[in-house]
Design a protein around this ligand. Structure first.
Ligand code: SF4
Length: 553
């Protein structure tokens, strides 16, 4: 059995779920407080004192522990381990300074390590709280030994389980927790109260914002044929013939997308692995061919996913919710776009009324096959209305003729297909970031090259991230009918300038903020993709009910 890190016991005493996320599911999100803590420790390492031994590692076979101790001092002939904390001490009911439970357990574990290592009795450990300049003495007595043994036994029990423990009942702990953005405790509590508001209503109580509104890392698209992404220190270097090299600091990049025959070096891939940067490939024609990630995702998460998504009833329930969300999004878009066009087009009105009639049978579909039937009919209405949303000034060449996929047969369909490929890439990236397996979905079948779970999830975003910006950009006459497209017989593709223009429009749309009607917070579409994947995972962890509740207004 691998040794437990003393630091993991600190997490355990803070919140069992935190221990599980860090130690069992291997999640790490270094936030500002964690970095500040590390800086404090680095500064402490510089101190010098004859009676001090600073920052060293110890292991105990007896306890099955390993730990890195801040400082051990000799005081009045006995050896005392010290732990330094940036924050303030806790207060007893009587107002006396005391150690927080997690800090107490940590310093007790250090005392156990030092005692075993030196063979000398260690009567206590001490915690120095720097914010209020308080030193707390923690006895290492029978009670402390019993508490340590109990904590280690509980840690072992959690390690053997595939179930993630529930969120802590002490909400204040979550505000300071570095893993709140992946744990989503507020969303779990909201799901528990589950008064999910009906469409158009506000949430019962807005959740605390613990999920960041935006990811300040951007997507790096490499479009130049033959360009190469290499590594130069902590930067990516893009070199291409006849172009000056470009440098991009690694901390600014969240994904690298290689289009066509662009290449990436082993050194750059290794940097991507270290920094958890996803790498994706699209063909020159705009087909998404695959992703590389540094193997995120714990086996426990996958076991829970496989168990849940082989349950036909749950799959149907999720598929119904997803299909309804997509259909309502399509309907809202038609209503909104026809208002913007400023005239009541009979074909659009007919499509809207046909779609409305199908919404309730779709929400009650009793099998995946009948759901597909309703969804197909709604989709047919929707795509029959799209040509009428294009304003006459945009030109006939930009007006779509129904939906043609492989290959696209007009300019508008070429734009839609390219957008869906980029969307598939982003949703796959979100799934890999969360650590689920994109190969197992709940609605789409593994027929094509694309991963079923990614195809499932992209249904939520097709309208807001692709259909809407495509029609809006056509109506704003942002496209050059000639230079942005390549036409070969019946097939229409985007040219290199067309692809660059599209990527600009798409990335700006991803950065748009949007208020989630259930969670009650605004966040970018880029973040929303990750949030929906995390909410999907909660559907099989007893915290479900919030997935696919987003609605376009
Ligand atoms: S966010 Fe809250 S519930 Fe989640 S791990 Fe942190 S402290 Fe525990």
């Amino acid at each position: 059995m691998t040794a437990l890190r003393v630091h993991s016991l600190h997490a355990l005493a803070y919140c069992e779920r935190l221990f599980y996320l860090e130690e069992v599911e291997n999640m790490r999100v270094a936030d500002a407080a964690v970095y500040a803590g590390r800086r404090l420790h680095v500064e402490l390492e510089r101190a010098e004192d004859e009676e001090e031994w600073l920052t060293f590692n110890l292991a105990s076979e007896q306890w099955g522990l390993v730990g890195r101790i801040d400082c051990v001092r000799r005081r009045d002939g006995v050896i005392v381990p010290y732990e330094h904390k940036r924050g303030r001490s806790a207060r007893s009911r009587a107002g006396e300074a005391e150690a927080w439970a997690s800090d107490r357990l940590q310093v007790i574990a250090y005392a156990a390590l030092v005692e075993e290592h030196t063979g000398r009795t260690v009567p206590e450990g001490r915690v120095r709280y720097h914010a209020d300049n308080v030193l707390v003495h923690v006895p290492y007595d029978e009670q402390a030994r019993a508490d340590l043994a109990r904590a280690i036994a509980r840690a072992r029990e959690l390690q053997a389980s595939v179930e993630r423990p529930p969120v802590t009942t002490n909400e204040r702990l979550c505000v300071r927790c570095s893993l709140a953005p992946v744990c989503l405790p507020e969303e779990a509590r909201l799901a528990e109260r589950l008064d999910v508001p009906a469409q158009g209503e506000s949430p019962v109580r807005a959740t605390l914002r613990l999920f960041p509104a935006d990811d300040d890392r951007r997507t790096l698209h490499v479009l130049t044929q033959g360009a190469r992404v290499g590594r130069k220190g902590d930067r990516f270097e893009i070199t291409a013939r006849d172009e000056p090299p470009q440098l991009h600091p690694v901390h600014e990049i969240g994904q690298i997308v290689l289009h066509g025959f662009a290449q990436i070096t082993t050194q750059a891939l290794r940097l991507c692995a270290e920094q958890e940067i996803g790498v994706h490939w699209l063909t020159g024609g705009g087909r998404y061919t695959g992703a590389w990630s540094a193997g995120v995702g714990s086996v426990q998460r996958r076991i829970r996913q496989y168990r849940a998504l082989t349950d036909a009833e749950l799959c149907l329930r999720l598929a119904r919710r997803l299909a309804e969300a997509r259909a309502r999004g399509q309907l809202s878009f038609l209503l909104r776009a026809s208002r913007e066009v400023g005239r009541a087009v009979p074909a659009v009105k007919d499509a809207i009324s046909g779609m409305r009639k199908l919404l309730s049978p779709l929400a009650r579909a009793d099998s995946i096959d009948s759901l597909r039937g309703y969804e197909g009919s709604i989709g047919a209405y929707y795509f029959s209305a799209l040509p009428h949303l294009v304003v006459p000034e945009a030109g006939e060449a930009m007006r779509p003729e129904g939906r043609s996929r492989r290959p696209p047969r007009d300019r508008c369909n070429a734009l839609l297909s390219y957008g869906y490929a980029l969307l598939l890439k982003d949703v796959t990236n979100a799934i890999l970031t969360v650590g689920l397996d994109p190969c197992l979905g709940f609605y789409h079948q593994p027929r094509s090259q694309a991963h079923p779970l990614a195809l499932d999830l992209m249904e939520l975003f097709r309208v807001p991230l692709v259909d809407l910006p495509v029609i809006a950009s056509i109506n704003r006459r942002q496209w050059d009918e000639d230079s942005d497209f390549q036409i070969a017989g019946q097939q229409v593709w985007l040219s290199e300038t067309g692809r660059k223009r599209f990527i600009g429009i798409y990335e700006r749309r991803k950065a748009d903020q949007w208020k989630h009607p259930v969670i009650g917070h605004s966040l970018t579409y880029a973040r929303l993709m990750e949030l929906e994947v995390r909410l999907l995972e909660k559907e099989w962890m007893g915290e479900g009910g919030l997935f696919a509740r987003m609605r376009m207004r």
